[in-house]
Design a binder for this molecule. Structure first.
Ligand SMILES: *Cc1c(COP(=O)(O)O)cnc(C)c1O
Length: 470
């Protein structure tokens, strides 16, 4: 399997070469040259498999430069009941007939990003070991991504993490989660500024190509293909739990921000998994809902991006969206350069032409939007009707799922975090604090390790240089 760039001007490369990279050199995103197709016989063969064995089957269609025995061992070490709290890894929780949550948030940081990030950590360690190289991961986080990355990379050979976060602006639980890690390869840098300042520093450091090369700087952001690929697996796992036959159709609703999670659903559907519709749920930051309603993609700047009570979906620009549009425009890299290279950069967006708009319904997407009031009402409703407490992001999903349900078609809502991470909003909705999962009760009392630095790329570079055995 070779990987190509959506912008068509980068060399095609095997999986292990794109594994450690972000954007392609031409500014595009990597995608497989084609999607393997799954027939009914394969679905039937996969149905009884355990999660790690299913993951192996899916991954091995896309990864042909890691020996099979190594890939299988790596996947089995990653997806364990010890790490994910349940041997099913992503168990289905029925709410009502034809309506269920696919529970993705029982990993170490209580959000779905663990499912992909834990695999990424294992793949990185494996590949760096083969190359006898080291990697210094530099990232910016406002919450879920940073903690998932740190818990996936802690203690791994050949890897250091330098994670920038806005000083004092993460939720108390998120701060405790990240800052309590004692592993010497994890560095928390609390930046005196906002999230955008952190992101600007990451960009500035990465733009210094000499520094980047000298200190082997890499990233783990949401455009990494291996992360998206790992997420494809749970659409299959959810489908098998929700059905008994291999021709039943199932719909999914996905709380969305950067379009990574739901793009994995698009890949699963393209492979032949009988997904009817993919409902894209947004919060007040409704770039994606607007696109699927109107065919117009209009990026929002940071001034136009709202701070909401489902903060992990507060994005003005969906970094994985280009992957889907590439498939929508018939995988035409010239058209992608015109839309994303030119129109988005110049005009802040684009509108599909008539032929593209006519193709859009064939991809099965529908969409919806949720507000703070909807979120609170849905958390309350889910608790009263079904006895299940959900987090604010999952509530955005459930709100849209209830609008988009179809008679006779099971609707699976992807749970993207546990309520314990968002205490204040849960208390506002139901009047009490969410329960703490086992192992997180005393988190805030643990000693903390972090360094406060000014919003200055030079200071961050110096910190990295001082903490690398270069
Ligand atoms: C990251 C995140 C999302 C958004 O997922 P995308 O892949 O960016 O669309 C939704 N909910 C939670 C809790 C998240 O952490």
């Amino acid at each position: 399997m070779r990987y190509l760039s959506t912008r068509g001007e980068a060399q095609e490369r095997p999986f292990c070469e794109i594994l450690l990279e972000g954007l392609a050199p031409d500014g595009g995103l990597y995608l497989p040259e084609s999607y393997p197709r799954i027939d009914a016989a394969t679905l039937a063969r996969w149905r009884p498999l355990s999660y790690p064995d299913l993951a192996y089957e899916v991954l091995s269609l896309y990864i042909d430069d890691i020996p099979a025995a190594d890939l299988r061992a790596l996947v089995r070490r990653t997806y364990t009941a010890e790490v994910f709290g349940d041997a099913r890894i992503t168990p289905l929780q029925p709410l009502a007939p034809g309506l269920a949550l696919l529970r993705l948030s029982n990993g170490p940081t209580l959000a779905f990003k663990d499912v992909a990030m834990q695999l990424l950590g294992a793949l990185f360690e494996y590949q760096l070991g083969r190359l006898k190289q080291e990697l210094n991961i530099l990232g910016a986080t406002s919450g879920d991504t940073g903690s998932a990355a740190e818990y996936a990379m802690r203690g791994r050979r050949g890897i250091r993490v330098f994670m920038l976060s806005p000083h004092g602006r993460m939720s108390p639980f998120q701060q405790a989660q990240m800052f309590s890690l004692a592993d010497p390869n994890i560095h928390n840098l609390a930046i005196e500024g906002v999230f955008d300042d952190c992101q600007d520093i990451v960009k500035a450091v990465s733009a210094d190509l000499d520094f980047k090369r000298r200190f082997s700087i890499g990233t783990v952001n949401s455009i990494n293909w291996a992360r998206l690929l790992a997420q494809v697996v749970y659409y299959f796992a959810g489908y098998f739990q929700a059905t008994t036959r291999d021709d039943e159709v199932v719909d999914f609703t996905v709380p969305s921000g950067n379009f990574g999670n739901v793009c994995a659903g698009h890949v699963a559907r393209t492979m032949g998994l009988p997904i009817g519709r993919l409902a894209v749920a947004t919060n007040e930051n409704d770039v994606l809902d607007e696109f699927f309603r109107t065919g117009t993609y209009r990026v929002r700047g940071s001034a136009e991006t709202h701070e909401t009570s489902s903060p992990s979906m507060d994005i003005g620009k969906a970094s994985n969206f280009e992957r889907f549009v590439f498939d929508l425009v018939g995988r035409d890299p010239a058209r992608i350069r015109a839309l994303f290279g030119d129109a988005v950069a110049r005009d802040g967006g684009f509108t599909l032409d008539a032929a593209e708009a006519a193709r859009l319904p064939g991809f099965g997407f529908v969409s919806g939007r949720s507000t703070h009031a909807d979120r609170l009402a849905t958390i309350r409703h889910c608790r009263q009707q079904h006895g299940v407490l959900i987090d604010p992001h999952t509530a955005d999903g459930l709100k849209v799922a209830l609008e988009r349900r179809r008679a006779g078609v099971p609707m699976l809502v992807l749970e993207t975090a546990l309520p314990a991470k968002f205490e204040a909003t849960i208390a506002e909705a139901v009047g009490f604090a969410p329960p703490r999962p086992p192992g997180t009760e005393g988190l805030e009392q643990l000693p903390r390790r972090f360094e406060v630095l000014p919003a200055d790329a030079q200071r961050v570079k110096r910190y990295i240089a001082d903490h690398c055995a270069a």
